[in-house]
Design a protein around this ligand. Structure first.
Ligand SMILES: CC(=O)N[C@H]1[C@@H](OP(=O)(O)OP(=O)(O)OC[C@H]2O[C@@H](n3ccc(=O)[nH]c3=O)[C@H](O)[C@@H]2O)O[C@H](CO)[C@@H](O)[C@@H]1O[C@H](C)C(=O)N[C@@H](C)C(=O)N[C@H](CCC(=O)O)C(=O)O
Ligand SMILES: Nc1ncnc2c1ncn2[C@@H]1O[C@H](COP(=O)(O)OP(=O)(O)OP(=O)(O)O)[C@@H](O)[C@H]1O
Ligand SMILES: N[C@H](CCC[C@H](N)C(=O)O)C(=O)O
Ligand SMILES: [Mg+2]
Length: 508
């Protein structure tokens, strides 16, 4: 595609170059530029992309997009006010707007996005619209599964992936929209039909700095990206109005809002709710009618996810029967309260709770359902929000009989320091600290710190008695551990299964 054609999709401030090069690819990282590429020189947190123009040109870039007053020599360039926005719009144009003609649902919020995408994928399927799904676990459609380095990919990768999945036959798109993606305009080239808000609680304050800024980035989806237009005149916001931030977002929405909630009266409410170890049964009252539902998902927080998915289905005008079937017959959401089968009589669950709110919700559910004791193992990721560490420590300590602090993905931080910050939260409860030997035979409420996650999981299994719940939190579906800048294979489910087999073998 010619550069002049590509720039039609953006507001150009200035443009220089005697030729109109044919652009064969879009790149935002000089290290990945291919000959014929258009390079976007973006100002980032860690570096300024302008500094890499020379490298990009050497690698074959034929034009650059810049967002400041400097002017590169000997290369065609385009100046725009916001490079990331321009990149999103150009990427959509370059890949022939894969999302334009399809129903597209974007889900945002601190917790519950991945779970809700799985429910919606199932609803779309039952409604005869097999959907492409992009989120934390992977980017997928049918047999195609692409690894997901980020929950929401950078705009160029997003549009390229959507093109691939739509060409493979996807009839709808369901995607998680992270606050980073909203802030960085990764999704501005996508035309959404429905936006879903799940909830907002503390996370990512390393990046957003405070809750107001975090809220503002989430709000963009509803106030700026769901404005009805001639291409998509029917757009809807589906919002959890039990959440105080949800109520504020509903007021800022640029399109009709479908509200849902358990506590407050909303367009979608749940009646006759029964929670048990085997799932949730309830009647969903929706503007289109009632749905009698039996879900295999466990816990009150999952009822919110069910209502979010039902709300999106209703907003899209899908038949109630498809919504019911989709919600009742979906696969296991990987690493979300995923059971590790064992012969010990212990309920071993792997879960992705990596925020205080998620951990509290899961532990409240466990507290309601428990027959024995609760053993919780978790850590906190490095190079991420430090403030949530003691909060998570305190929550684990409050609800668990034994808390095991361990390493998550330490990244470039020292795991022992991260664990010490988690420990501060538990210590303030005055709970007894055990050695690993004492923890294995614990009688009283206590906690222990074990840095190697594998050893920590073995200890959790060793300490468990029949009837106990072992919750392995924070890494969910992840099959790796990031230490320094390297990724090593690590899967809580595999390690726990092995530990259970070993213990069962010793018991015989
Ligand atoms: C904090 C954050 O979101 N950072 C993203 C951001 O980086 P940045 O703007 O700071 O980039 P930078 O490193 O300063 O570099 C500036 C520019 O120079 C370029 N560059 C850099 C070096 C070089 O040699 N050549 C070159 O061209 C970079 O590619 C970039 O375009 O833009 C980069 C390019 O798109 C992203 O790769 C990067 O994501 C990093 C890897 C990341 O870890 N992001 C996480 C926090 C994230 O996005 N998470 C969310 C939420 C997860 C959830 O809770 O579900 C997600 O959607 O996954
Ligand atoms: N609606 C909810 N409210 C609070 N906690 C939830 C909710 N749904 C799930 N959780 C908890 O949060 C964890 C993460 O859930 P899920 O992966 O669905 O969220 P997410 O928003 O996709 O997270 P991420 O930001 O990491 O992508 C779950 O493992 C569970 O512990
Ligand atoms: N998408 C989340 C995942 C956190 C998972 C946890 N295991 C960690 O590495 O911190 C994030 O980037 O904050
Ligand atoms: Mg997710």
């Amino acid at each position: 595609m010619r550069l002049s054609q590509l720039v039609k999709s953006v507001a150009v401030l200035d443009m220089v170059g005697d030729v109109d090069p044919d652009i064969t690819g879009l790149f935002y990282d000089s290290r990945k530029v291919q000959p014929g590429g258009l390079f976007f020189a973006l100002k980032g947190v860690a570096s300024d992309g302008y500094a890499f123009i020379e490298v990009a040109v050497k690698a074959g870039a034929v034009a650059v997009v810049i967002e400041d007053d400097r002017t590169p020599a000997d290369i065609a360039w385009v100046r725009v006010a916001d490079g990331r926005l321009a990149m999103s719009l150009m990427a959509a144009a370059f890949y022939a707007n894969p999302a334009a003609g399809l129903p597209v649902v974007g889900i945002t919020g601190t917790n519950g996005k991945t779970t809700t995408t799985f429910l919606l994928e199932s609803i779309f399927e039952k409604g005869g619209l097999p959907a492409a799904v992009l989120g934390t676990v992977n980017y997928r459609f049918g047999d195609l599964s692409i690894p997901a380095p980020n929950t929401t990919p950078e705009s160029v990768d997003l549009q390229q992936t959507l093109r691939k999945l739509v060409d493979a036959g996807a009839k709808g798109i369901v995607m998680e929209v992270s606050s980073h993606a909203l802030q960085q305009r990764r999704i501005d080239g996508c035309s959404f039909n429905v936006g879903v808000f799940t909830n907002l609680t503390r996370d990512h304050l390393d990046y957003h700095l405070d809750m107001e800024s975090y809220l503002q980035s989430k709000t963009r989806l509803f106030s700026e990206l769901l404005v009805p237009d001639e291409k998509k005149p029917e757009r809807h916001a589906v919002i959890n109005t039990d959440d105080e931030y949800g109520r504020r977002i509903a007021q800022a929405a640029a399109c009709p809002v479908v509200t849902y909630g358990i506590e407050k009266s909303a367009d979608i409410n749940a009646e006759n709710v029964e929670f048990s170890v085997s799932g949730i049964s309830c009647t969903l009252a929706t503007p289109k009618g009632r749905i009698e539902l039996r879900s295999m998902l466990v816990g009150r927080f999952n009822l919110y996810n069910i209502m979010a998915a039902a709300g999106a289905g209703v907003a899209l005008g899908l038949p109630l029967e498809s919504i019911k079937e989709g919600l009742e017959h979906h696969g296991q959401v990987p690493g979300r309260l995923e059971r590790v089968e064992n012969a010990l009589g212990v309920t071993v669950l792997v879960d992705y709770a990596h925020t205080g709110d998620a951990l509290e919700n899961v532990l409240l559910t466990m507290t309601e359902l428990k027959k024995g004791r609760i053993i919780t193992l978790f850590g906190c990721g490095g190079d991420r929000d430090k403030g949530k560490r003691p909060i998570m420590g305190e929550i684990a300590g409050r609800y668990s009989d034994l808390s095991i602090i361990t390493s998550d993905n330490p990244r470039t931080e020292n795991p022992a320091e991260i664990m010490a910050q988690v420990r501060e939260g538990i210590v303030r409860l005055g709970i007894c600290e055990y050695s690993s030997y004492e923890a294995a035979i614990f009688q009283e409420k206590g906690f222990v710190s074990i840095e190697q996650r594998q050893d920590a999981i073995r200890l959790a299994v060793k300490a468990a008695r029949p009837g106990d719940i072992v919750l392995l939190a924070g890494k969910g579906h992840e099959d790796y551990q990031i230490i320094g800048k390297e990724k090593f294979h690590f899967d809580d489910r595999e390690v726990a299964a092995q530990a259970c087999r070993e213990k069962a073998g010793q018991n015989q």
